[in-house]
Ligand binder design. Structure first.
Ligand code: ZN
Length: 238
């Protein structure tokens, strides 16, 4: 059976990737990163999602404690506040302005080099186990402005994988699969619901906690996506 490494954060997007890869007939090898993110709930959710797909025993947890030492992101540095958009109002949501880095349109929740690191490690794992695909839930539309979520970035990493690996040099391939990259959050949710993805087990909130805040960038994008998909988000909000 063909194998795929799935970079699984326990969030909505990566969990949807689990469903998409499963439907494509892959044997799933979830890879979860503990990079010093402020909250542990992501890691617990990743395990629950892997259990749901009956691959909980195959989940590999990779610890990257140095990313917290490096800091430089609201997700890893307690000195940098997590921004939030305007709270939901009435039936719709106010188009909130994201808190952006001064001079650069990149949010403070960007983690320096995160996806480059993740994909490097996923490549090593994929080659070692003979996987032909690496699924990552990056998104270029409803994303928050991260440079390492862009299609150009993924294309270049695919080139590097071909150059850098034994399997690539010998004519085989490991391809990064980004099924969500051009989808809106609502499209992602519709596809996930069709695939019966267990969204109740996921969290997207940058603030962690058993209840999502409903106000951070990630919560607002998620809530807007469910509203546009005419669906109800099964997780609990404050
Ligand atoms: Zn939140």
């Amino acid at each position: 059976m063909k194998k795929a490494v799935i970079i699984l954060s326990g969030g909505l997007d990566s969990t949807t990737c689990m469903g998409i890869a499963a439907e494509a007939g892959y044997s799933l090898y979830p890879l979860t990163f503990d990079y010093g993110q402020r909250h542990r709930i992501e890691l617990l959710n990743a395990q629950k999602v892997a259990d749901h797909y009956c691959v909980g025993d195959k989940l590999k947890l990779i610890t990257l404690p140095f990313l917290r030492d490096f800091g430089g992101s609201a997700l890893t540095d307690d000195q940098i506040a997590v921004p939030h958009m305007d709270a939901p109002q009435g039936n719709g949501y106010t188009e909130g302005k994201m808190m952006l880095d001064v001079n650069e349109d990149i949010p403070v929740t960007y983690v320096p080099g995160r996806n480059l690191l993740f994909l490097s490690i996923a490549t090593s794992y994929a080659e070692a186990i003979g996987a032909e695909a690496i699924y990552i839930g990056v998104n270029a539309l409803d994303y928050s402005g991260y440079p390492d979520c862009r299609p150009d970035f993924i294309d270049k990493v695919n080139e590097v994988i071909t150059l850098a690996t034994k399997v690539g040099v010998q004519g085989g391939s490991i391809r990064i699969q980004t099924p969500l990259i051009h989808m809106t959050k609502a499209d992602i949710i519709r596809e996930g619901l069709r695939l019966e993805v267990p969204y109740a087990l996921t969290t997207s909130c940058y603030n962690g906690g058993t209840k999502a805040c409903g106000e951070c960038d990630s919560c607002v994008l998620r809530l807007r996506g469910f509203a546009e998909a005419d669906a109800v988000d099964p997780i609990i909000y404050l």
